[in-house]
Design a protein around this ligand. Structure first.
Ligand SMILES: *Cc1c(COP(=O)(O)O)cnc(C)c1O
Length: 524
């Protein structure tokens, strides 16, 4: 299996190359040359597989055996998930015969991002070690310097994924004093020598600008082999397809009529990585109903499914004018809006480009296949330029229709998010959801009113409620019988704030100062 860029260009990459380079040089994202179909007896053969067994079965369909043998893959996957606290890795909780929660937060940082990043760190280490083993003595070893900016969630999951990995260093910039205390503590209490937290005096945007400038700095980039772990890395998407399969089998064991039921996944969505993994599972042949994209009030995706316009600022006639003071209206400058589900606060969804590629490819009649791919790449390139330059693109109706074949989308406000947390707490069984999960639970309820009774919903839960204590406490502080320390706070978070920290302060948002930190740590 080879990979190519969503923005065209003839290059075909191996899995290893796609994983180590992240983004394509033309700005595109790597996708597999075809979506593999499931082997004929998968339903029977895979039905009692563990998470690790399923990872090997699914991932090996996307990775040539010459690149990674099944044994090598199994060893990497097994090692990656030993850090999870639950034997099922991504356990399923049953709320009723047609509502389940798929908990993705049992990894080291209590966020769903661990599922992908624990594996990504091991893949990096494996590929670099293999490259180095092939070098002659005295040659410079292959290495990777991962640089990223975070406003919370991704940074800690990336640090936990890469800590202690050989030939890899990681530098994570965060805006000093502007991320949640728990998230700051999670990142800065990691003391492995290959991890460096940089607290920048400035905003998250300033941090992100510095990271972009570093990647654009050709000599620096070449010297330090900069790498990214953001959600566009293909390995992250692939790792996430696995829990859709696991959930499918788990649900079927727990419902009265598996043969006549249909499973619907509901996914709290920001950069479209998690739900895109579900789309790959669907296209491979995993039976499921339409995927539900749940957004907060940063709703570019929900608006796309309504109108076919993919645009940063809502320009539709029914958009709430900024003057009307609605509690979660868009800011007048079109910037990202701070919500109670901050990991989904985005302006554009980077992985959406991958879905658009498939929609364009399928709606095209160009032939032969090479020409059809090239024309899809050219179209995506144009659309993405338009989004970047003008802030929007409008897709043809046949593309929108294809998007509607596989997805539904719902937007959820902060008020609804809080109400839903409360409803589920007082429900039976009682369930405490984090705000991101609550966005999806709310969307699931909305969609379910239109579902036939045979549909069983699986809501993906992306964070432990203790990570977003502010929203959870806000929702439940007046609920009788709620005690945050007793009901929510996990053992691992107790005492976290008092642990020794390691962080380098950078007193102004300057690329040069950050460069100095990296140079001094990675040296020559
Ligand atoms: C990253 C994240 C999301 C959004 O996932 P995407 O793959 O970016 O759509 C949702 N919830 C939490 C808690 C996250 O950390």
């Amino acid at each position: 299996m080879k990979y190519f860029s969503t923005r065209g260009g003839g290059d075909l990459l191996t899995f290893e190359e796609a994983v180590l380079s992240g983004l394509a040089p033309n700005g595109g994202l790597y996708i597999p040359e075809r979506i593999p179909t499931l082997p004929p007896n998968w339903q029977d053969d895979w039905k009692s597989y563990s998470f690790v067994d399923l990872s090997v079965a699914v991932l090996s369909l996307y990775i040539a055996p010459e690149e990674l043998s099944r044994e090598e893959l199994r060893a990497l996957v097994s090692r990656s998930y030993t850090t999870f606290r639950h034997p099922d890795i991504t356990p399923l909780t049953k709320l009723s015969d047609n509502e389940f929660i798929l908990e993705l937060f049992h990894g080291p940082t209590f966020s769903f991002k661990d599922v992908a990043l624990q594996l990504l760190g091991n893949l990096f280490e494996f590929f670099l070690a293999r490259r180095n083993a092939r070098k002659s003595p005295g040659e410079r070893p292959a290495s990777l310097t991962v640089v990223g900016a975070t406003s919370g969630d991704t940074g800690s999951a990336a640090i936990y994924g890469l800590r202690g990995k050989k030939n890899v260093s990681i530098f994570i910039l965060h805006p000093k004093g502007r991320i949640s205390p728990v998230q700051e503590a999670q990142m800065t209490t990691v003391t492995d020598s290959n991890v460096c937290n940089i607290a920048v005096k400035g905003t998250f945007d300033a941090c992100q600008d510095i990271v972009k400038a570093l990647f654009a700095d050709q000599p620096f980039n070449e010297k330090y082999h900069l790498g990214a772990v953001n959600s566009i890395n293909w390995a992250r998407i692939l790792a996430q397809t696995v829990y859709y399969f696991l959930a499918y089998f788990q649900v079927r064991r727990q419902i009265p009529q598996p043969e006549s039921s249909e499973i619907q996944f509901v996914v709290p969505t920001g950069n479209f990585g998690d739900v895109l993994a579900g789309y790959y599972a669907k296209r491979m042949g995993l039976p499921m109903s339409k995927l539900v994209v749940a957004t907060n009030s940063n709703d570019i995706l929900a608006r796309f499914w309504r109108s076919g316009r993919y645009e940063q600022i809502d320009s539709s006639p029914e958009a709430t004018p900024p003057s009307q003071g609605a509690p979660d209206k868009k800011p007048a400058d079109g910037g990202v809006q701070a919500t109670l589900s901050p990991a989904m606060d985005i302006l554009v969804s980077s992985n959406f480009e991958r879905l658009l590629w498939y929609l364009v490819y399928e709606s095209s009649s160009a032939a032969p296949d090479g020409a059809r791919r090239a024309s899809a790449g050219a179209t995506i390139e144009g659309w993405m330029k338009s989004v970047k330059g003008n802030g929007h693109v409008e897709v043809p109706v046949e593309v929108l229709e294809l998007a509607r074949r596989d997805f539904l989308a719902e937007r959820v406000s902060d008020d609804q998010t809080l109400q839903t947390i409360k409803q589920y707490f007082i429900g039976s069984p009682s369930y405490i959801a984090d705000p991101h999960t609550s966005v999806a639970l709310t969307a699931a309820r909305t969609v379910s009113t239109k579902n036939p009774p045979s549909v069983v919903q699986v809501v993906l839960s992306t964070a432990h409620p203790a990570k977003f204590s502010e929203a959870v406490t806000k929702a439940l502080s007046t609920s009788r019988g709620f005690d945050f320390e007793r009901d929510v706070l996990p053992q691992e978070f107790r005492g976290l704030l008092e642990l020794e920290r390691r962080v380098v302060d950078v007193d102004e948002p300057s690329k040069e100062l950050v460069k100095k930190v990296i140079e001094s740590k990675v040296g020559n």
